[in-house]
Design a protein around this ligand. Structure first.
Ligand code: SF4
Length: 349
């Protein structure tokens, strides 16, 4: 896959764009004014693999809280600003590593110029974060939605460029997946800045993960995108998990083990679903990129199990255990989990 060449920038210590690994972001769901809860959630996010965290800044107190939060965390922090440019100035003063401005609700040129000047002085990047839901109704009302989103972003990019500011990142998020994909495809060769991918308000984990996998996965497969955020109605660590699964599915990032498991069918003579779930639970504690195969029978079992670092191919009440392509033993069904985990643990040392 050839990736779009984007300009590189840094959010704190994290490099985004210009061929750097795709960065995984999430957003806290705590009240930012509750400093302790926000710090705790950012620490949880870091442990789950999040690389940049964004926090909502709804008022002055939230903006002021950022200085204390920043001192207690190691992840780069981005302030999410809507409506009031003064909150962006407050967040910059508090030492944030990045800003997200919504051009749909902060459009005044002088206000943007003030924020850009303060960001430039501190070398803090700004994301032009367009959301389909907050486009002004009178902005190019006859144009298709994806085009309106792109044009809104380009307008604000031009404004920033005219102010000699180029630490820019761009996102174009809609709930509608085809609109999101079209918008990213349209803007990709119209400007050089890194793209932050996401499907907004994607929903509860089951449906939201699928919407995000398509809306983020299609542009990524086309080489478009430098950082991603999955938006789910769930704990933010779920978003990080799904983001890594999308990247892993496309071979773009690898974090932790990969479980290959067959769906089971009428040929299976062992309970493969229960075994796969039990193995998956155990693998959550492992960070090494090990490939594990849990297969129900001889149809595809030996092939997949051989191809994995550790695998099992089930038979009638028993199964063959594979390690690095070789059969290392045959065990009865009641010993599947124990035998498989023993092999996994030996590789995880
Ligand atoms: Fe069915 Fe065997 Fe394929 Fe699993 S590996 S889905 S049990 S045929």
């Amino acid at each position: 896959m050839t990736r779009r060449t984007s300009r590189q920038l840094r959010i704190g210590k994290v490099t985004v764009g210009g061929g750097a690994p795709i960065v995984v972001q999430s957003m806290t769901k705590t009240d930012t004014r509750n400093i302790t809860a926000t710090i705790d959630q950012i620490k949880e996010l870091k442990d789950s693999g999040c690389e940049i965290v964004r926090v909502a800044v709804p008022d002055r107190e939230a903006a002021e809280s950022l200085a204390t939060i920043k001192k207690s965390i190691s992840l780069p922090i981005i302030a999410d600003i809507h409506f009031d440019y003064r909150l962006a100035l407050g967040a910059l003063k508090a030492g944030v590593d990045g800003l997200r401005l919504n051009p749909g609700n902060i459009g005044d040129k002088e206000q943007i110029a003030g924020v850009v000047a303060a960001a430039k002085e501190r070398e803090v990047p700004i994301r032009v974060g367009v959301n389909a839901g907050s486009l002004p109704a009178d902005f190019q009302p006859r144009a298709p939605l994806a085009e309106r989103m792109v044009n809104m972003a380009l307008e604000q990019i031009k404004l920033m460029q005219d102010l000699n500011f180029d630490l820019i990142k761009v996102s174009l998020k809609a709930f509608d997946v085809p609109t999101t994909i079209q918008a990213y495809q349209m803007i990709a060769d119209k400007m050089p800045y890194p793209l932050h991918l996401g499907v907004t308000e994607a929903g509860l984990p089951r449906t939201g993960s699928i919407r995000s996998a398509i809306g983020i996965g299609v542009p990524l497969y086309q080489g478009i995108g430098d950082t991603i955020r999955v938006s789910l109605t769930a704990h933010p660590c779920e978003e990080v998990f799904v983001a890594y699964e999308i990247l892993r599915s496309l071979g773009l990032r690898q974090r932790g083990p990969t479980l290959v498991s067959c769906p089971s069918c009428g040929r299976a003579e062992v309970d493969i679903i229960a075994l796969a779930e039990a193995v998956n639970k155990r693998l959550e504690k492992i960070s090494k990129p090990i490939k594990v195969a849990v297969m129900g029978c001889v149809v595809n079992g030996p092939g997949e199990a051989k191809d994995a670092d550790v695998g099992i191919a089930g038979g009638k009440g028993k199964g063959a255990i594979f390690r690095k392509g070789e059969v290392v033993g045959t065990v009865s069904e009641d010993r599947f989990l124990e035998a498989l985990m023993a092999e996994i643990d030996s590789l995880n040392k």
